[in-house]
Design a protein around this ligand. Sequence first.
Ligand code: BYC
Length: 320
Amino acid sequence: MTPAPASTDDPKRVAEFEARIARGETIEPKDWMPEKYRRQLIRMMSQHAHSEVVGMLPEGNWITRAPSLRRKMSLMAKVQDEAGHGLYIYCGTETLGVDRHDLVLQLLSGTAKYSSIFNYPTLTWADIGAVGWLVDGAAIVNQTMLAKASYGPYARAMVRICKEENFHKRQGYEIMATLAAGTPEQHAMAQDALNRWWWPSLMMFGPHDADSPNSGELSRWGIKRKSNDELRQRFVNLTVGQAKAINLTIPDPGMTFDEDTKNWIFSEIDWDEFWRVVKGDGPCNRERLAARRKAHDDGAWVRAAAEAYAEKQARASSAA
Ligand code: BYC
């Protein structure tokens, strides 16, 4: 097990806390927790909430161009779901004593991270299929484990979110299956989307375990139940068969199946690309932040109206 982190917390209380985690108990907002546990959760949950909100942008881009009313309705519903997930997780972070406004400002100032995947463009309709299938598929693998996380509000949020992500994945896979069974041009469009989204999807799981500075604490405290590499492997194993079933090819010709472990062994990820995107230099990083800043500025009147209304209500109730 990872050595205990340096902490100013009372070691006796930390030991009691860790005993609770070891017994599989859930930690709730009013329970005592080590300061680093609280900070790790705020970091990870706020990045997750930002990802849901920024993740609306690549798909929102295609709502006006969806090829049928049915596709448009399901895409609109999906994008709305992602907004709901973001708000739900921001609420979860507030149970840890932070103000969501501060978290949003961190996103807008570019100091907060969000999932690297949303810095890639959606160039064709097939990309909407690939995002649903691969991005939501990867999110389900990751979040099904987070539904067993030790912090109650986060774990419960994940249960509900995963249910919705399952619909998202199915709508994406259905788009891909339809295109792949269509004309040669449609099949080529689906294959091209898979080629472009495959590697960024694998990057969603984060760096290799050995290069993951947060994993030690997160695993020790029952936030991460499986490691970055374990979850990535699980995603690959699940997805290879799904690609074959719709006659698409994973863009990794070096892939082999290991009979002993029953794992698909895949090629090395381009980690230079991963870190470039995480650090702000991906194909769409600037565009995504500009869109979020504009949305924030455009919404200033809504926040001002809500505050004025709340003040009016407070005055009325103090006068009564
Ligand atoms: N992208 O120590 P590590 C969705 C950062 S949205 C960017 O392994 P950790 C959807 C990491 O933050 C759902 N940054 O970190 C929405 C850390 O930096 P800091 C998205 C990444 O936390 C709309 C550093 O690299 N899912 O489904 O132990 C439409 C070292 O990494 C990434 C979540 O947010 C990355 N890919 O593990 C469709 C899941 N990977 O903070 C779909 C919740 C790593 O130390 N998050 N970094 O400066 C997690 O499960 C974990 O945070 C991660 C990383 C596995 C992502």
